[in-house]
Design a protein around this ligand. Sequence first.
Ligand code: C6P
Length: 402
Amino acid sequence: MPFTADIRKEFPILEQKVYGKPLVYLDNAATTQKPRRVIECMDRIYTTVNANVHRGVHHLSQVCTEEMENARNTVKDFIGAAHSHEIIFTRGTTESINLVASSLGSMFKEGDEVIISTMEHHSNIVPWQLLRDRTGIVLRIIPLKPDCSLDIEAFARLLNNRTRLVSVTHVSNVLGVTNPIKEIIDIAHSHGVPVLVDGAQSAPHIKVDMQQLDADFFAFSGHKLYAPTGIGILYGKERWLNAMPPYHGGGEMIKTVRFEKTTYNELPYKFEAGTPDYVGAIALGSALEWIDSIGIEKIAAHERELTRYAVEQLLTIEGMRIFGKPDGAAVSFLVGDIHPADMGAILDRLGIAIRTGHHCAQPLIDHLDIPGTVRASFAAYNTKEEVDILIKGIERAAKMFA
Ligand code: C6P
């Protein structure tokens, strides 16, 4: 059986019909569907080992703790981190970036600078604006070139002795474009500046290796790579995480608590206050094992081919405008002056799930001077036949608005 047919069988949700039509799920950049293995993993935890972790001396607590720590190790291997204590469980990319902005950011002073880019998701803009409001830091923005790629020369010119951090996305969630992140990291490091990589749209689709990239921080969300919602990762180099103050206070992140003084736990627990989402963490481990069982490189090649095919087919449609040069697992477009919301509504009635609007990247949409885009985004289980259905759907919509 071919690659995708085998894979599709593992995703029960894909078997359903929407408005009497087979579901064509092309909104994977928003969230992916979950394989049976992950759903069954969560069921198994609640059915057989559920107990609060890191606290109990009793059997269940120990088993559950061990499973959670095994999952941390799986994440460590998945992204090539040097140590499992560099893996912090968070609620997702958004919380991971907020953690760095709050904690590392508390060490910044008025006039210090943070560099982000024009193509950031709101979760890599607003935390820095909140920090700016609190401390008076200055935000510098990497501009785009006419082809929507990052202007790397302009980036190099933004770095100066006040720059404290560069925080950029690895892959744009709107354009599906992969940024030259290694080059960005090397340039920043040559100025002694650390880099946070928003890996929300790269970790599910590209082999990432912290040793090779040399990123100082790397953030991603479980739900975009076949794991449940509510669990995500902040990777941080040990030396940064050790130097940073805790983010949230509470149970688990402490060594001793006295009214006069509290001392903090070691990594990674210093950054994991309160009962963690251990079920989510274990299920994330299960999702990563599922990816490993197929091979991320194989998934990446399949998604790249779907994107290439989609771009080729989309360009046969009159009035088609594709934004940027997508090279990953997502493509954003507009057809003539059809509003993206109208296109989305028509495709929805055909059973096709795509995303429309600003995709939480309003500054980029403003830069493009458009009302938003229609975005199709792919995962391991999508097929060329689904791209064909999408193309037919768009053609039908285009005729309706002609
Ligand atoms: N983008 C999309 O449809 P959370 O919500 O914390 O899991 O991820 C936030 C986030 C951060 N950075 C990038 C590059 C992202 O794409 C996202 C999530 C989704 O494009 C939902 S808005």
